[in-house]
Design a protein around this ligand. Structure first.
Ligand SMILES: Cc1cc2nc3c(=O)[nH]c(=O)nc-3n(C[C@H](O)[C@H](O)[C@H](O)COP(=O)(O)OP(=O)(O)OC[C@H]3O[C@@H](n4cnc5c(N)ncnc54)[C@H](O)[C@@H]3O)c2cc1C
Length: 267
């Protein structure tokens, strides 16, 4: 159970940040869905919902998405999904139900760097940057690896438009359960970007596998070889959902499915 001492609606991000940093037990509230799963005594809850951070702005070069934007808004945004051939829709559609998707937020998901996250894996196959209120812009890759230097607030993210082919693959024990493993892949101008999440550690890029594939014509043999590189390159772990051996084997399968999708898209 969570308890909340005071509930605060800041008028500006400056005010939100000031309140967050006043006491260690103060906390930002996004959708509040994940916080409620835990047990925490929150001093002051800093609710961002009156700061106009719920938006998806399309610009010529990319998409700016505010921290309070819900998963439902991302999943249903036609142009965003068209530009990334349904990468984001695919990463979100199997997460529980529509009611949850109408609550959970982009900012909370990015800030919390959940290992099981499907959306973060999808973002990591794109060129995405994160705007922290105090620390400023940082690449998603660096943020996922290092986290914030000190407590901060995610204000928005920026996803660069890049014309290419995108694929999201996941493995779940049953529909709407957490992913046992997930994989996102992009191919832009013969250059691949691959991310693997729920290993069960947080999403990480498969740099060597991507480098191996870049510029190659996709044959059955190349796909198999890329799978072998992937299995060696990343660290897989064991938890209640699967063993590291299972995840390593399934990583090859998800990669092959993604590459087959890319190949089919191109032919
Ligand atoms: C029952 C359930 C099932 C789920 N299943 C999946 C799944 O299968 N796949 C998947 O990818 N995800 C899943 N999720 C996670 C979900 O997608 C969200 O990532 C998660 O709920 C966080 O969003 P929220 O808005 O609820 O965060 P909150 O609960 O509001 O906050 C979570 C944490 O982030 C902090 N925070 C919130 N907003 C910000 C901000 N802007 N800046 C800095 N810190 C902030 C809060 O202080 C808190 O520590 C599930 C969540 C729930 C509740």
């Amino acid at each position: 159970m969570i308890t909340i001492g005071k509930y605060f609606f800041p008028k500006t991000l400056e005010e939100a940040y000031g309140k967050l940093r006043e006491r260690r037990n103060n906390a930002v509230i996004g959708g509040g869905a994940y916080l409620k799963l835990g047990s925490k005594a929150i001093g002051t809850a800093v609710d961002l919902s009156s700061l106009n951070l719920d938006y998806i702005d399309e610009k010529e070069e990319g998409y700016e998405i505010g921290a309070m934007t819900t998963f439902a808004a991302v999943m249903l945004h036609k142009d965003l999904n068209k530009d990334f051939n349904n990468l984001f829709q695919r990463s979100i559609e199997d997460i529980v139900g529509m009611q949850l998707k109408n609550m959970v937020t982009v900012g909370a998901t990015v800030y919390s760097r959940y290992g099981f996250s499907d959306f973060l894996t999808a973002l990591l196959a794109t060129d995405t940057e994160v705007k922290l209120f105090k620390a400023g812009w940082v690449s998603l890759e660096e943020f996922l690896e290092k986290g914030p230097k000190e407590r901060d607030i995610v204000e928005k993210i920026w996803i660069k438009k890049e014309k290419g082919v995108y694929s999201f693959q996941d493995l779940r024990g049953s529909s709407s359960d957490y992913s046992i493993l997930n994989l996102a892949l992009s191919k832009v101008d013969n250059h691949y970007q691959i991310a693997l999440g729920a290993r069960p550690g947080r999403a990480t890029p498969a740099v060597e596998t991507a480098a191996y594939l870049s510029g190659k014509k996709l044959s059955e043999k190349e796909m198999e070889q890329a799978g072998e590189i992937l299995a060696e390159e990343l660290v897989f772990g064991t938890n209640g959902r699967g063993t590291k051996e299972y995840r390593r084997a399934m990583g090859k399968v998800l990669l092959k499915k993604a590459l087959q999708e890319v190949s089919a898209h191109e032919n």
